[in-house]
Design a protein around this ligand. Structure first.
Ligand code: BEZ
Length: 255
């Protein structure tokens, strides 16, 4: 994954919806007792645990030490390994790979797909969901406009990988997958609390706030809120303009 460092406490406190909303994906995975399953980008391990409850033998993989510390504290009975999702190997091929809200942090998507193909047994399945084309564009644009308003530098490059379904399907097919379903859909996501938008920026674009002094930080956050309030504030909460790319694929058997 990218070199970013996560604040796992902030993540647990304000972004529990990430794993909650990923629960639907578990139905598509349909883990079976005894299956070997890799949870790629497992974060703090909540979905890893739900996979384990099916009786599958699951391993959580994440690149971030703080996330893994939290995952191990949450679920000491489970196996977690630290590795870069764009460059990893596992000791024995698995039956399925599951990944929720993680692949958009891996700009080397080809590397990640090649590793997933190597990690699966022939016929093994991939069930993944992450940001698709257009994901959080309104939130990002609002933040950049606020930075610009105060003469602050913009992020040097777009921080995430949000592909279109056709592009990601082609990338998987080139690595030996047969794509069974790939769809981008809007999933407007309520953010918790009156400060939900600030928490989101602090969690996911925090490095661009950290270099500001406290006053500058406050001005950028307040300006972002002011810009987005007309479209992203509903009743009593903020709504993030998430789109998801949901993919189900299987690794082709050798010809
Ligand atoms: C997402 O889950 O789509 C996401 C979350 C934070 C930043 C970017 C994308």
């Amino acid at each position: 994954m990218s070199e970013r460092r996560w604040d796992s406490a902030l993540y647990e406190a304000h972004h529990g919806y990430v794993s909650r909303l990923g629960e639907g994906l578990l139905c598509l995975l349909a883990p079976q007792p005894g299956e070997r399953i890799l949870d790629l980008g497992c974060g703090t391990g909540h979905l890893t645990q739900q996979i384990a409850q099916s009786g599958a033998c699951v391993t959580g993989l994440d690149s971030d030490a703080a996330m893994l510390r939290q995952a191990r504290a949450n679920y000491p009975q489970l196996r977690f390994i630290q590795a870069d999702g764009q460059d990893f190997q596992i000791d024995a091929p698995c039956d399925a790979i599951f990944s929720n809200a993680a692949l958009h942090w891996m700009p080397n998507a080809r590397g990640a797909a090649a590793c997933m193909a190597r990690a699966l047994r022939p016929g093994g399945r991939l069930v993944a969901e992450f940001g698709g084309a257009g994901n959080v564009q309104t939130l990002y644009d609002g933040f950049c406009a606020a930075l610009r308003e105060f003469g602050q530098p913009l992020p040097a490059s777009f921080p995430w990988y949000f592909p279109a379904a056709e592009d990601y399907s082609a990338l998987l097919e080139a690595q030996g997958f047969q794509v069974l379903a790939a769809q981008v859909f809007a999933r407007p996501t309520p953010l918790e609390g009156e400060d939900g938008l600030r928490q989101w920026y602090t969690m996911f674009l925090g490095e661009h706030l950290e270099r500001l002094d406290p006053g500058g930080r406050e001005r950028v956050l307040a300006a972002s809120e002011r810009r987005l309030r007309p479209t992203q504030w509903q009743d009593d909460h903020w709504v993030a303009d998430y789109t998801r790319l949901r993919v189900v694929a299987r690794l082709r058997e050798a010809p």
